[in-house]
Write a protein that binds this ligand. Structure first.
Ligand SMILES: [Zn+2]
Length: 551
């Protein structure tokens, strides 16, 4: 049996694990990665599924641990290519269903599973074990295989007081440990934090303080899938006699889904449309918005741009960001808080107490899981390479010898051999695919690189007009540029480049002149060389060769 993480190791996001043996081939999770500033115009990044191509007709299913984007976000792209059944708990599949409908895909492939439910895929039986996390219905997976039991933790914490009372199934994990677990793959996200992560229930105190200390409108930005946080906020709104306005599409959608699955209880008439908010006193409103990460299209961003009619942000109001900053978003979040302060709102969290609790277990919880499962073999997953190493070191400190801990990196393939042996069977091709949603297809990595070059150094066009009879230039080359250090009307510099283009053409051997591709390459190289020498920049250089019209 082979276990191949094609994403989610050595990076945060894009979690996807291939499980492959003679009779079974399936994926555990199918997540996306959110793009950073150096991927301009890209809406999402999904794993490259090249490994699966040769086995296309054997692929059986996707098993989902929970509904976060970094675990389900790539499904629409995956299912379009491989329409296989998708198994997961109700809330997880509810989120997937919305996503599939948005992409015009049929949700008939979705197969709901209950807590502790089992599904047979080939010769492997998968079992969903509940875990606490920052989204309802999260699960770990136990895979009962001919080569022993594998446990995949999914994202988890050991919250002793989850709002819905649905505890992590430690008893079941312990029982599996008693019977013998071959391998544990466990979430490494918070391995750097000592002790235990605070329970979701502690957020109530900090949020309650925000209600107490706010005279005007209270705006709270949080993750739209964190239904328990939203429940706390709605409960507080009811106690403090505030109506609730929802700003943001994903909040609307997720709250409706959570209500339909009884994960969220809303008192009658507590919701108010944004357009009716002006009918209420400032002190009678709680505004829940998307945009905790500074996303420009979010409810909060629209509000800060004053695009939400009848709902201003003013002195006396308060904005609480009840979420952590996902690494890479700090600048956007800081800018957003600044914008709110400019409008006069309070954004400081001082004097409030905690308004956010992580959904991932800290060191002591990770240790508890290892001790419950007692695997023959331990494989840290989900996190940067540093996280994975630190998680391995934690297992070592609990008495696991180094040969029973494997550090995998994206694309490395772990093989389970006869007996209790495990080895690394080399790497498989992995990579990232870039999605630009407007065009709704994958964008080649080269396109992303070109965009970066355009963004940094601009573009230079060199147009050469060739006389088709003589093969010589019919006119001096013309140079045009955009975003390049030299303005297009800098005649002296344009002349220098035109001169280089002319000379390169004239010195090119006949064979190169006759071959359009080779000629463009030669021109591109020559122009890039002179531009780099004279300006220290590397713009995109595009030679255009035209035949002069016959007179
Ligand atoms: Zn998660």
């Amino acid at each position: 049996m082979r276990l191949i993480p094609i994403g989610g190791l050595g990076e945060f996001g894009m979690n996807a694990l291939v499980v492959h043996d003679a009779r079974s081939l399936f994926l555990v999770d199918c997540g996306q990665l959110f793009p950073s500033d150096d991927q301009p115009g890209i809406d999402s990044i999904v794993p490259d599924f090249a490994y699966l191509e040769p086995f296309a007709d054997q692929l059986q299913a996707v098993l989902l641990t929970h509904g976060h984007e970094d675990h389900i976000g790539a499904l629409p792209y995956f299912l379009r290519r491989w329409p296989v059944p998708v198994y997961g708990t109700a809330f997880t599949l509810g989120l997937v269903e919305g996503k599939l409908r948005e992409h015009g895909l049929d949700p008939e492939l979705l197969r709901p599973v209950k807590d502790y439910g089992r599904v047979k895929v080939g010769d492997i039986e998968a079992e969903w074990i509940p875990v606490t996390h920052s989204i309802p219905d999260a699960c770990a997976l136990a895979l009962h295989t001919p080569q022993g039991v594998l446990v995949h933790s999914g994202d988890f914490k050991l919250d002793p007081e989850p709002l819905d009372g649905r505890l992590t199934g430690l008893e079941r994990l312990n029982a599996l440990g008693d019977a013998g677990v071959r391998l544990l793959m466990a979430d490494s996200t918070n391995v750097g934090r000592p002790g235990r992560s605070p329970s979701e229930s502690v957020c109530r105190g900090g949020l309650e303080a925000a209600f107490e200390q706010t005279q005007g409108r209270l705006f709270v930005a949080t993750f739209s899938s964190n239904i328990h946080r939203l429940q706390t906020l709605v409960d507080l709104a009811y106690e403090f006699r505030r109506r609730v306005v929802i700003l943001g599409r994903s909040l609307d959608r997720n709250m409706a889904l959570a209500r339909s699955l009884k994960h969220l209880q809303l008192p009658d008439d507590i919701l108010v449309d944004a357009k009716d908010a002006h009918l209420y006193d400032k002190g009678e409103l709680l505004v829940l918005c998307t945009g905790s990460q500074g996303e420009p299209m979010s409810g909060l961003a629209r509000l800060l741009r004053r695009e939400v009619k009848g709902l201003p942000m003013e002195p006396g109001d308060r904005l609480v960001v009840s979420a952590r900053a996902i690494p890479g978003n700090e600048v956007a979040i800081s800018r957003m808080l600044d914008d709110a302060e400019r409008l006069g709102a309070e954004t400081s969290l001082e004097n409030l107490g905690p308004v956010h609790a992580s959904g991932h277990g800290s060191r002591d919880e990770l240790a508890d899981l290892i001790r419950a499962v007692r695997p023959d073999h331990m494989v840290p997953v989900h996190g940067t390479y540093r996280n994975l190493r630190a998680h391995g070191a934690l297992a070592a400190s609990l008495g696991w010898p180094p040969e029973r801990i494997s550090l995998l990196d994206g694309g490395l393939c772990l093989r389970l051999l006869e007996g209790d042996r495990v080895d690394m069977a080399g790497a498989v091709p992995v990579g990232k695919c870039f999605v630009h949603e407007g065009v709704d297809h994958m964008v080649d990595a080269r396109v992303v690189k070109d965009r970066l070059i355009l963004q940094e150094d601009g573009v230079v066009f060199a147009t050469l007009l060739v006389d088709p009879q003589t093969g010589e230039l019919a006119a001096n080359p013309t140079i045009l540029s955009r975003g390049f250090v030299m303005l297009s009307d800098d005649d002296a510099y344009a002349e220098l480049l035109a001169g280089v283009a002319r000379q390169t053409y004239e010195q090119a051997p006949a064979a190169v002149r006759a071959d359009g591709e080779a000629l463009r390459d030669t021109l591109r190289l020559a122009l890039r060389r002179i531009i780099r020498k004279t300006t220290q920049t590397r713009p995109l250089v595009i030679p255009v060769i035209l035949k002069a019209p016959q007179v």
